[in-house]
Design a binder for this molecule. Structure first.
Ligand code: ADP
Ligand code: ZN
Ligand code: ZN
Length: 731
């Protein structure tokens, strides 16, 4: 029997491994990273080739042929393919789903990966520096093309070159090959050179360390207080990378929430810039992705999935606001973009920069143990001073829509002296509870263990967990009484109270409800910056690094939730949120003041946070985590199950636990199953099983042996289950 070539293909299906196929009848050679169309059950699907081998014996009756090759060169280069397969193994997620998820949607569906022939051109930075006169004698047509492009910095359509004499197409091709011109892609903008401030000593030192590490893997943690000028450090490092002819990848949490950051990059990035995020149309997204993969982008900025973009000349990876939870995907393929960025940077041999004013305890731990280099920006840039934090003890105090007299008085002072005020309340809607005064009934969600929030303006009761909504009840559903009252406050009620108390100040509310329209957040922040509203109030959307120069007073109305949360990360999140919100105050010459309302002024965490700041409190929490054997000192995985039937999830997880224990690894502790903190959500009961180990290898090994068996355990078909490695949320 002749030797046969067998091709491994990752197909987008819930399979823990790749499938074997025979090469296509056409005789073409599929290479790793190429997309292929393959028969799968009764359907045909688009898969990605991951490898091949020759076998002496192949059961020809069982193996099917690849039907069609969709690429003639690998769409996923080796490093990206390797990253995807590594991530699939680490997160115990089906490799075919991981690889499919790395591609822009049209490519995932099997559309051709060809870029439309470039019909618009512009100069690169090298091209801009090139003097056409010097070229004129040697290459007159190239000089003519450059001259035309100089006159049209935003890009010139190919058709507009057609009236040049001679073979201008050849000239254009040569200039492209030399890196002097580049196709102008709709979502790629031309190099700019906005003026940069002179870096201060700390910024300079940080930039120098990063630049010195170019060409090698080093992970840097840029810990810079709010307003210390981290973005300027990124820009300086980018300059050096682009100068070397290499590409920079920048991951940011949520582009929609930080329009200003993108504007700033747009004005300053020294090379061709593309932005990748979910707000783009499919075609735009694919164009930017392919341009980056072809090397026609110098700086790519994107949200977490941009991490998987192929880059032929990678030079540096930056993760901004590395503590932000949106870098972790919370469903499906539950990966952490920050952690995978470290893996990719190491594989590529390029430096990684993680930046934050409030680093995650994971990254801080890596810095403290010397695995990451710590770059410290301890002071604000320019003339700005750190804000002054003060606790406001509200025990027994009268509150007006949740605001104490002291805060109101300070607001008066700041508004009178021309300042702007920011109030932070992390609860949207009018009131979080609607209560019957006669019998104590509260309006609850029929699908969750949760209360409905009253949205007064919309005249709806809404569940913030499952999206259920209904009209506002007029009668108690238990006793029929009409005496229904609202309890507690949301941003809507606060807005109403502020408008009444400060009728001339102009109140701007920023939360998910007020920013549904595209561009709304830009408009509202713009109005706040222009002084069109002097009181800004909102939820955690306000904690996202906005630069609001006029804010002189910040009041955080309720930070107590974070002190007693069920999740062991609650205090860390609270400290990050408070510090980020506080960081909006006093970003220019005017000194800033921050007030924290609390019922627990003696709480030790608040005390340390106020006295010594985030850097200190984070190190205190890190020590507490060690005592409690919690991450980052130990490693966790969470197996979740949910079902409409109340008993099924726990029963299934009990079977999982039993299977796990039979594989007996004493180094891994199995805890549970227990009901999730909110047991019923969106009509399903949920339970979880926690795995903990002091080091990663035994945990990974156990999961690797358990996961292939989980689908066959008793009860597996009655639940939806998932594995979450390094879970960020414990519900
Ligand atoms: P961060 O991202 O650390 O919060 P930014 O990079 O947004 O800080 O900088 C905060 C403000 O300080 C911005 O307005 C920025 O233009 C300004 N800034 C940054 N570096 C300098 C500097 N070296 N000199 C003067 N102003 C600076
Ligand atoms: Zn009642
Ligand atoms: Zn609900």
């Amino acid at each position: 029997m002749p030797h046969a070539l067998v091709i491994q293909v990752a197909v987008p299906a819930p399979l823990g491994r790749t499938l074997d196929y025979l090469p296509p009848d056409s005789g073409e050679q599929p290479a790793p990273g190429m997309r292929v169309r393959v028969p799968f059950g009764r359907r045909h699907v688009v898969g990605v080739v991951t490898g091949s081998d020759t076998r002496a014996r192949v059961d020809g009756g069982r193996l099917r042929c690849i039907q069609e090759l969709l690429d003639d060169t690998p769409i996923l280069p080796p490093d990206v393919l390797e990253l995807g397969l590594w991530a699939a193994a680490y997160y115990h997620h089906p490799p075919g789903e991981v690889l499919a998820g790395m591609l822009p949607t049209p490519l995932r569906k099997g559309r051709p990966a060809r870029r439309r022939a470039a019909d618009c051109w512009q100069l690169t930075r090298t091209g801009q520096a090139c003097d056409p006169e010097q070229l004129r004698r040697r290459a007159p047509r190239q000089a003519a093309v450059i001259e035309r492009l100089v006159e049209n910095p935003e890009g010139l359509p190919t058709a507009a070159l057609a009236n040049l004499d001679g073979n201008w197409r050849n000239a254009l091709r040569t200039l492209h090959a030399q890196g002097l011109v580049t196709p102008a892609v709709p979502s790629v903008s031309a190099p700019r050179a906005g003026s940069a401030p002179t870096l201060n000593a700390a910024q300079c030192a940080a930039a120098v360390r990063i630049v010195a590490s170019l060409g090698n893997f080093t992970a840097h943690l840029l810990e810079g207080v709010t307003g210390s000028g981290k973005t300027e450090v990124y820009l300086a490092a980018m300059d050096a990378v682009v100068e070397r002819g290499e590409q920079v990848l920048v991951l940011v949490p949520e582009i929609g929430l930080t329009p200003q950051l993108i504007e700033r990059f747009n004005a300053r990035v020294p090379g061709r810039l593309a932005v990748l995020h979910s707000g783009l149309a499919e075609g735009e997204r694919q164009a930017a992705w392919l341009a980056a993969a072809d090397g026609d982008v110098d700086v790519l900025i994107g949200t977490r999935s941009a991490l998987f973009t192929p880059l032929p000349r990678p030079g540096l990876i930056i993760v901004d606001e590395e503590h932000d939870t949106s870098l972790k995907q919370q469903d499906g393929f539950r990966y952490h973009a920050r952690d995978l960025a470290a893996v990719r940077a190491r594989n590529l041999g390029v430096p990684l920069v993680l930046g934050s004013a409030t680093p995650s305890l994971e990254s801080l731990h890596n810095a403290v143990t010397g695995r990451y280099q710590l770059l410290d920006l301890p002071r604000r840039a320019g003339a700005a001073h750190p804000p002054r934090l003060e606790l406001v003890d509200v025990r027994g105090q009268p509150l007006e829509a949740g605001v104490s007299r002291l805060v109101l008085a300070r607001m008066d002072q700041h508004l009178d002296s021309g300042g702007q005020v920011l109030l932070f309340l992390n609860r949207r809607g009018y009131a979080p509870v609607l209560l019957c005064h006669d019998c104590g009934w509260v309006a609850g969600c029929p699908r969750c263990d949760a209360r409905l929030t009253w949205h007064r303006h919309a005249r709806r009761l809404r569940c913030h967990h499952c999206g259920h909504e209904r009209g506002v009840d007029r009668h108690c559903l238990d006793c029929g009484s009409t005496d229904l009252r609202d309890v507690g406050q949301g941003t809507e009620k606060l807005e109403q109270a502020l408008n009444k108390r400060f009728p001339d100040a102009g109140v701007i509310r920023i939360d998910r409800d007020s920013t549904r329209r595209r561009g709304a957040i830009s408009d509202l922040l713009g109005r706040a910056r222009d002084g069109g509203g002097r009181i800004l109030l909102g939820t955690q959307m306000l904690a996202k690094g906005h630069d609001l120069p006029g804010i002189s007073l910040v009041a955080i109305l309720d930070c107590d939730q974070g002190l007693f949360g069920a999740d062991f990360r609650a205090p860390e999140r609270m400290a990050q949120l408070v510090t980020q919100v506080a960081g909006r105050a006093g970003r220019r010459e005017r000194p800033g003041e921050v007030l924290l309302q609390t019922h627990h002024p003696e709480h030790p965490l608040l005390e340390v946070l106020l006295r010594d700041g985030y850097a200190r409190v984070a190190r205190t929490m890190l020590a507490q985590r060690r005592e409690a054997a919690l991450p980052p000192h130990t490693h966790l995985a969470l197996i979740r199950a949910e079902a409409v039937d109340a008993e099924a999830p726990s029963a299934y997880l009990a079977a999982v636990r039993e299977a796990g224990e039979s594989l007996a690894d004493p180094k891994v502790l199995l805890m549970g199953p227990v009901p999730a903190p909110m047991e019923r959500r969106a009509g399903r009961y949920r339970a979880q099983l926690l795995l903990q180990a002091a080091t990663r290898p035994p945990l990974q090994e156990l999961l690797g042996r358990m996961s292939p068996r989980m689908q066959d355990l008793p009860g597996a078909r009655r639940v939806r289950w998932s594995i979450d490695v390094d879970p960020q949320e414990m519900f």
